[in-house]
Design a binder for this molecule. Structure first.
Ligand SMILES: [Zn+2]
Length: 244
């Protein structure tokens, strides 16, 4: 590699990191402002779970190249659309039951299939803060619903990226309050009573792990459809959960 291209590569890396730090700061500021203004009634009284609120969700399924019998190539979604629909319906039911939050689609339909193969860092994703500051984080930022460097929607939708595989560790990943997105693979969508997606959305809305075995936020099985009163306060006062 020539000197010039090494310099360009290093500069790109720095610029990517600078942009992700800016993204994190914007989100922290918005989170604090929202909890102390629009979210304040629920921060105090969210355990009443009334009145109903809304959370906008957008699900992106990435595609992978697959070779055809005739020698050509076509793009196929990493998980069939119908399988993802089943998990979305289950997540809607759980959020209505536990939080009185109606999950709605951000655009006309919940699911968008990206007709391109993403970078390998996205296709087989490693969960961790280093990913948010690298190629995967940049890709997700560019494909978020409702964001264009700054939020363009006051509903603050959550985007779910369905990828081929999550390497090292669990099959669902969230950047907690720092991110607007959840990353999950097929195993994560389906295993353990389909609890991983509602669990990861919970992290994105500010919930941390619970020590109670059957709590929605328990780290792994037997996590189930239960939450404590203060978890309702935290989730319902998140910027992702709004009155409109
Ligand atoms: Zn977790």
């Amino acid at each position: 590699m020539g000197l010039w291209s090494s310099i360009k590569k290093a500069a790109k890396k720095v610029w990517r990191a600078v942009k992700s730090v800016a993204r994190v700061i914007v989100r922290i500021v918005i989170t604090i402002i929202n909890r102390l203004t629009l979210g304040l009634p629920d921060l105090l009284l969210g355990f009443l779970a009334w009145p109903p609120k809304r959370l906008r969700l957008h699900v992106v399924i990435v595609s992978v190249k697959s070779s055809n019998p005739d020698g050509g190539e076509s793009l196929v979604p990493v998980v069939p659309e119908h399988d993802v629909e089943v998990v979305i319906e289950n997540t809607k039911r759980i959020y209505k039951k536990l939080f009185n939050v109606n999950i709605r689609s951000y655009s006309k339909s919940f699911i968008e299939i990206l007709p391109e193969e993403p970078p390998k860092e996205v296709l087989d994703f490693t969960c961790g803060i280093q990913s948010e500051f690298g190629i995967a984080g940049e890709y997700f930022a560019n494909h978020l619903a409702g964001w264009n460097a700054i939020p363009i929607s006051l509903t603050f939708p959550i985007t779910v990226f369905v990828v081929r595989e999550l390497l090292e560790g669990p099959s669902g990943c969230s950047m907690a309050v720092l991110g607007e997105y959840v990353v999950i693979d097929e195993q994560g969508l389906k295993e353990d009573k389909m609890i991983a997606l509602p669990h990861e959305i919970g992290h994105t809305c500010g919930l941390w792990h619970s020590g109670t075995a059957t709590n929605l936020m328990h780290n792994g099985p037997p996590a189930d459809e239960n939450v404590k009163w203060f978890q309702k306060n935290i989730l319902r006062s998140s910027r992702h959960v709004q009155w409109w």
